[in-house]
Design a protein around this ligand. Structure first.
Ligand SMILES: NC(=O)c1ccc[n+]([C@@H]2O[C@H](COP(=O)([O-])OP(=O)(O)OC[C@H]3O[C@@H](n4cnc5c(N)ncnc54)[C@H](OP(=O)(O)O)[C@@H]3O)[C@@H](O)[C@H]2O)c1
Length: 252
């Protein structure tokens, strides 16, 4: 395991920095002059985002751009939902294809994050413990986990920010959301995605080989499988954003 830096953390709430206001962002950056920015603020109401598109875009895309332009190093928290879920097991080089407006704005935020001097886009999914709902999708697969589990993994990446790749997938073993919910809500009832008002992807599980190689193996970076070799090649190739860009170009 590599040496880890001690970081002084300044939690910044909406009251200190409203990311829809340039003045507020400017003032906060002037006051704190951060070396590293972990950007977590977002409009996250997936269903409501379809009806509040302007606010969702302003927060997740414009707000991220303003933060990126002022960040010496930016860690941007993105989501498994940038993928359409048709295939699952997505790696950092897989092509995103968001199904709903929230996910689209998070993907556009990934491109804005590139405007920082240095950056890393982390893709993940995390749920409150105990799970927040009784009725839970049994046909939606993920690498996400409870927030306490995920926070430890994400914190380890943040502490090692200087060696992060441009995109990093973080998660635990593939499971469906109902299986995850059952761990903490015994009366959870399985439902299907079709019964929900918003279109959700079927399988956004992530290939987390790169993270495991960097942070979870005894011999850091040890190559043991074909997937390891692919993961290393993804770093050399510059990872996902290249592919995503190509795809957008094709649309014009
Ligand atoms: N939960 C997941 O599975 C998941 C997965 C992947 C990525 N993410 C990303 O991880 C981050 C945190 O997600 P979460 O699930 O913890 O969501 P959350 O509980 O909704 O937290 C979002 C935070 O953003 C703040 N915020 C919203 N608009 C703001 C604004 N204009 N200015 C300043 N702050 C603002 C909110 O402040 P208020 O409390 O004042 O509203 C809230 O503290 C988000 O970027 C989200 O997109 C989440």
């Amino acid at each position: 395991m590599s040496k880890v830096k001690t970081l002084k953390v300044i939690p910044v709430t909406r009251e200190i920095m409203d990311i829809t206001s340039k003045e507020s962002i400017k003032a906060a950056f002037k006051k704190y002059q951060p070396q590293l920015v972990v950007h977590l603020a977002a409009y996250t109401a997936v269903g409501m985002a379809e009806y509040e598109r302007r606010l969702c875009y302003r927060t997740n895309v414009w707000g991220t751009e303003q933060i990126a332009l002022r960040s010496p190093f930016l860690i941007y928290m993105s989501t498994e939902y940038v993928f359409d879920g048709e295939k699952g097991d997505y790696n950092e080089g897989s092509v995103p294809n968001p199904l709903h407006f929230y996910a689209l704005t998070k993907l556009l935020g990934e491109f804005e994050a590139k405007k920082a001097r240095k950056y890393c886009v982390i893709r993940a999914l995390f749920k409150p413990r105990p799970y927040g709902y009784d009725r839970v999708q049994c046909d939606q697969w993920t690498s996400g986990d409870y927030v306490d589990v995920m926070a430890k993994k994400i914190a380890l990446a943040i502490k090692n920010y200087e060696k992060l790749p441009k995109i990093l997938h973080i998660g635990t073993a593939r499971k469906n959301l109902y299986q995850l919910a059952l761990q903490t809500v015994k009366k959870a009832v399985p439902i299907r995605r079709i019964s929900l008002p918003v279109r959700l992807p079927r399988d956004t599980s992530l290939d987390t080989t790169l993270y495991e190689m960097m942070f979870e193996r005894k011999d850091e970076g040890e190559i043991v499988t074909e997937r390891d070799i692919e993961a290393v090649n993804r770093i050399k190739a510059g990872t996902t954003l290249k592919y995503a860009k190509k795809k957008n170009e094709n649309r014009h």
